[in-house]
Write a protein that binds this ligand. Structure first.
Ligand code: GAP
Length: 516
């Protein structure tokens, strides 16, 4: 299936099955803002729990906080967001559509990469087992031409971004002959900078002094609480402060469903280290965070590391963990070495000393920071992209059937188990409800007695329930039930007295955490 068709199907599926709705749909929706439905909210909570346990609970030197969304306006002056949190935008004069200039160029470069991959695939087919990829990419004329174009473009692009050279960004778009995907023309406006923060007024007095911002990242809530946490928690360096919370950005080019939203959630951790040790920790957190994604058990090939072309105003090194979404490889998480930029800025702007006294060195310093920042919504989308499958299945009588199944890792699945009486009579519903009650203390469960068992399985597959438990007439005498496994569709007969233990083991978050 084509990737854009797959993406459309995923979006439609999330709406049909109560995962994600367009915000204010009743009023024709609000662009790039989404609501999570009954299953979406559960999945989101489970992802948060997985992150919190992995980052806070499993690390004795990391603590979690929950800071306010509104902060003193000077925070954003100090952090550099008022002056530098901009996107370079360009409009196509014919379609009147607006784009991020840097994204247009990145997409063009990605197309060149794909051309190289196609050449490699073709050659691989032609040469079979004797194919030597390294020799091929270093000698094939087409590959060398594409690679040389990528290298030249990357150099020029990086320089334009570093120097905020908006004219050259436009010139790159012209020189690469990048056309508007809507109008197909190359009739572009100049590139302009656009600040992404949402401002609002605090209290009833209008004017600049009372303008406050909806936070564009949760990180600043951690920085301004650095001293509070370090002192009250008697934290010794190296240590981390984590939090999960909403962030807001006035994204002008807001497409691709929940990938780029105006209101979204971040899971961020700031790790405070001794100056000079930041690159060691930067490498450490790159590995740790990559493993967190891989522990979900999906193909490693869908994740890759990508160093930034342009460093944010606060960073001296930055790498993205990219995921292959249905619309290509894109940023899922950022790992940033933020130096002492933020704490030093807050020290200057607040006039208060923000330092750490290092007993070993017998001196004070402003700690350096390595940050891990992952979007909750993007993690959600990566999970759905991995989990969504359309399958043809062969039934016992040899006929075939279609199913759409969400193969979400069991510890994260919104509903863990659905209990079903085979028929709605003969005491089966009563026993099924008894079993349901015993499982509900620990797990989010459902009860379903409508339609045939086959239809009930399909409904549970579609929302990603890993286990269905069927109560039949034999259950009344042998005190056993049938567990049906979502992915393999295999069924096994187990004692009712063993059921809770079996399910609890499979859906426990420990199954993910022990892989880290
Ligand atoms: N504190 C650093 C920071 O905010 P970032 O790379 O701008 O860095 C971190 O954002 C993560 O937040 C991204 O990797 C992405 O997962 C998520 N994110 C950023 N903007 C987003 C948006 N508009 N919609 C959804 N997620 C977003």
């Amino acid at each position: 299936m084509a990737q854009d068709e797959l993406f459309k199907n995923i979006i439609a599926h999330t709406k049909e099955y109560g995962y994600i709705f367009q915000s204010s749909e009743l009023y024709d929706g609000l662009g790039a803002v989404y609501d999570y439905g009954q299953y979406g909210a559960e999945l989101k909570n489970n992802i948060k729990q997985y992150w919190w346990k992995a980052m806070v609970q499993m690390n004795e030197n990391i603590v979690g906080i929950d800071s306010a969304i509104f902060m003193h306006p000077t925070v954003w002056k100090a952090s550099g967001h008022v002056d530098a949190f901009n996107d370079p935008l360009i409009d196509n004069k014919d379609s009147k559509k607006r784009y991020r200039a840097d994204v247009l160029i990145e997409e063009y470069r990605e197309k060149l990469n794909q051309k190289i991959e196609k050449e490699v695939e073709k050659a691989q087919k032609r040469f079979g087992d004797s194919f030597d990829k390294a020799t091929f990419v270093s000698t094939n004329a087409n590959v060398l031409r594409y690679q040389s174009e990528i290298d030249t473009l990357t150099k020029r692009f990086q320089a334009a971004l570093e120097n905020s050279n908006l004219e050259d960004l436009k010139q790159i778009i012209i020189d690469c002959e990048i056309a508007c995907p809507i109008s197909g023309t190359k009739n572009w406006t100049e590139v302009r900078q656009f600040n992404l923060m949402f401002g609002t007024e605090l209290g009833s007095v209008a004017g600049d002094s009372s303008t406050i911002y909806l936070r564009p990242e949760t990180a600043q809530g951690i920085f301004v609480n650095y001293l509070n946490v370090q002192k009250t928690g008697r934290m010794r360096i190296p240590f981390g402060i984590a939090q999960i919370g909403k962030a807001f950005r006035n994204e002008i080019v807001a497409r691709q469903f929940i990938f780029r939203m105006r209101e979204f959630e971040q899971m961020e951790m700031q790790f405070f280290v001794k100056p000079g040790e930041e690159m060691k920790w930067f490498e450490h957190w790159k590995t740790v965070r990559r493993n967190w994604h891989l522990a979900l058990g999906f193909s490693e090939k869908r994740y890759r590391m990508h160093d930034h072309d342009k460093l944010a105003h606060y960073a001296n090194a930055a790498t993205d963990i990219e995921f292959e979404f249905p619309f290509g490889f894109k940023e899922l998480e950022g790992i940033h070495s933020r130096t002492d930029f933020d704490l030093s800025q807050h020290q200057t702007f607040s006039g208060k000393k923000i330092q750490y006294f290092d007993n070993e060195l017998n001196e004070s310093y402003v700690p350096y920071v390595v940050e891990t920042s992952v979007g909750l919504d993007r993690t959600f989308l990566s999970l759905l992209s991995n989990a969504y499958a359309e399958e043809t299945i062969t039934k016992e009588d040899g006929s075939t059937d279609q199913r759409v199944v969400l193969k979400i890792p069991a510890p994260l699945a919104p509903v863990k188990v659905t209990v079903m009486p085979l028929v709605k009579k003969d005491g089966l519903p009563e026993l099924a409800r008894e079993i349901l009650k015993s499982l509900q203390f620990e797990h989010n469960c459902q009860y379903d007695e409508k339609d045939s068992i086959g239809k009930r399985y399909r409904r549970q597959d579609a929302i990603g329930t890993p286990f269905c438990v069927t109560v039949d007439h034999d259950s009344l005498t042998d005190q056993k039930v049938t567990i049906r496994h979502r992915d393999s569709m295999l069924q096994e007969r187990v004692s009712i007295s063993e059921l809770e233990k079996i399910i609890s083991y499979q859906v426990s978050m420990t199954r993910l955490l022990e892989k880290l």
